[in-house]
Design a protein around this ligand. Structure first.
Ligand code: PMP
Length: 441
């Protein structure tokens, strides 16, 4: 084995990188990336429909991000805003406050990851509201640190996601619900109302994803988010929306909650907000974020380099109309995926919003989730030049979250590769042995 080759590096990766930090879908070592294109160590080129788990919304290596980050590093390599703030940190916080609806005082907390933002919610809601419990959803994913994991209801967190003060209720999934979309909402909201009628005064808040992405790209029926807002108002709960994956234009609006015009009390942000430089935030009511002074500090969170990247990312999203563009590209992608679905009975449903699309793969006869197919298709698509991952509590939903700068032509190419991958797998051209090491999650 040649030293420094892909095979060599993957062998070393197996030796030193903890399984705790991996979900692998295929063998690959990154060399470089630009726009919507990724290259591996062997010089092969791929179209990337993952955007590194919906992080690279402005595309890899956007020249304005590269310039802003380089300038920031030269000027102030880092600092800790805990004790000495800088202009970029303050300006970014002001911009974020200005982007949120609601006629009440707001502040911003900065972290590095969505998980840390989830931990803030787990820690601060009960204290701010002086009520012990939090309501979240089965299948939800809010992060892997202890507090965030306790708020999550994803199968991936089964080993940790238990906290006595967290109640998880079902999320409306129209695809698996026997009645129509309206009935699906009614059933869900009815269940939550019953719970709150019994013990509403124990609940500090409710945390929800506007689309359950890691849970399987589940888009709740229209009206669900606003019905939740009404319930939270009625029973005095804080209404918290997790926009870590959906935020910053991905679903066709700056934030996914805008599709229903709701006014959250706090919003979790992360992933794409600094184009890949680690940065997350919670923007919310002052009384929540000021509830415990010095109560959720990460030494380097909101540092000048990350905030410079955050500011330029916002400018790019605005100047290049990326949210509106994601809406348009999303329609183009959906149309192509529906054509593909018409060819393959194994595609149970195509769903999503903007450039967050999901393909639920099923056994055609029973309609049961087909995780084996999802696994093989991701593996085969990579061999054919397309990066795509799968999600879902049943591990059977291909998640398409390309960079928002993806072109229409690239969407066409990606869907053609996906169709070829499906065809190859269904024709038995991908061996089970190749796949064994890549069980995803
Ligand atoms: N919330 C949501 C909705 C997410 O999708 C994720 C990550 N997939 C997180 C929180 C956690 O973010 P991170 O991985 O940056 O900690």
């Amino acid at each position: 084995m040649r030293k420094g080759s892909e095979q060599d590096l993957l062998a070393r990766d197996r030796q030193v990188l903890a399984e705790a930090m991996k979900i692998r879908f295929f063998p690959m070592v990154l060399c470089s990336n630009r726009g919507s294109i990724v290259r591996d160590l062997e010089g092969r080129r791929y179209l990337d429909f993952s955007a590194s788990w919906a992080v690279a919304s402005t595309g890899y290596g956007h020249p304005r991000v590269v310039r802003a980050v380089s300038r920031a590093v030269r000027k102030t390599s880092t600092n800790s805003p805990i004790s000495i703030p800088c202009r970029a940190t303050i300006e970014l916080a002001e911009r974020l406050v200005g982007m949120m609806p609601g006629d009440f005082p707001k502040k911003v907390w900065f972290g590095h990851s969505g998980s840390e933002a989830g931990d803030l919610i787990a820690k601060f809601l009960p204290i701010a509201k002086k009520r012990p419990k939090i309501l979240t959803f089965v299948g939800g994913y809010h992060g892997q640190t202890l507090g965030a994991a306790s708020l999550s209801g994803h199968t991936a967190q089964a080993a940790f996601g238990h906290a006595a003060n967290v109640t998880k209720v079902p999320y409306p999934n129209p695809y698996r619900f026997p009645g129509d979309a309206q009935a699906c909402v009614e059933e869900n909201v009815g269940r939550i109302r019953e719970l709150l009628q019994r013990s509403g005064e124990e609940y500090a808040g409710l945390l929800v994803e506007p689309i359950q992405s890691d849970g399987g790209v589940i888009v709740p029926p229209d009206g669900f988010l606003s019905r939740l807002a009404t319930l939270c108002r009625e029973y005095g709960l804080y209404y918290v929306i997790d926009e870590v994956k959906t935020g910053f234009g991905r679903t066709g609006t700056m934030f996914a909650f805008e599709h229903e015009g709701v006014v959250p009390d706090a919003v979790m942000l992360g992933k794409p907000m600094a184009s890949g430089i680690p940065l997350s935030a919670v923007v919310g009511r002052r009384e929540i974020l000021d509830a415990v002074p010095s109560g959720h500090m990460m030494t380097t969170a909101g540092n000048p380099v990350a905030c410079a990247a955050g500011l330029v990312t916002l400018n790019i999203i605005e100047d290049e109309n990326l949210a509106e563009r994601a809406g348009r590209r999303g329609e183009q992608l959906k149309a192509r995926l529906l054509e593909l679905a018409a060819r393959f009975p194994s595609v149970g449903e195509v769903r999503g919003r903007g450039l967050m699309m999901g393909l639920e793969l099923v056994h055609p006869e029973s309609g049961d989730p087909d995780s084996g197919l999802a696994r093989a298709v991701c593996y085969r698509a990579k061999q054919l030049g397309l990066i795509v991952f799968y999600v879902g509590t049943s591990s059977n939903v291909l998640e398409l979250t390309p960079p928002l700068v993806v072109t229409e032509k690239q969407l066409g190419t990606g869907v053609r590769i996906l169709a070829q991958a499906l065809e190859d797998v269904l024709a038995g051209r991908v061996s089970g042995q190749d796949l064994e090491a890549y069980s995803g999650w």
